[in-house]
Write a new protein. Structure first.
Length: 57
């Protein structure tokens, strides 16, 4: 399996949160910013643990 699949499996097995970034480095000379920013199924984003601020009217 590819690296993303392996990391997703580890995250699910160990109940780890994941993050994304557009500065991901691959063995290629160029990749457009913001590409490949998705989490595999069953992997939760770390930002989902952040508390939402209370907005008063």
């Amino acid at each position: 399996p590819n690296e993303r699949t392996q990391l997703a499996t580890l995250a699910r097995q160990h109940h780890l949160w994941a993050s994304l970034g557009s500065d991901f480095h691959q063995p290629c000379p160029w990749i457009e910013l913001g590409r490949k920013l998705w989490l595999p199924a069953g992997v939760e984003g770390v930002w989902q643990t952040w508390e939402q601020p209370q907005i008063s009217q």
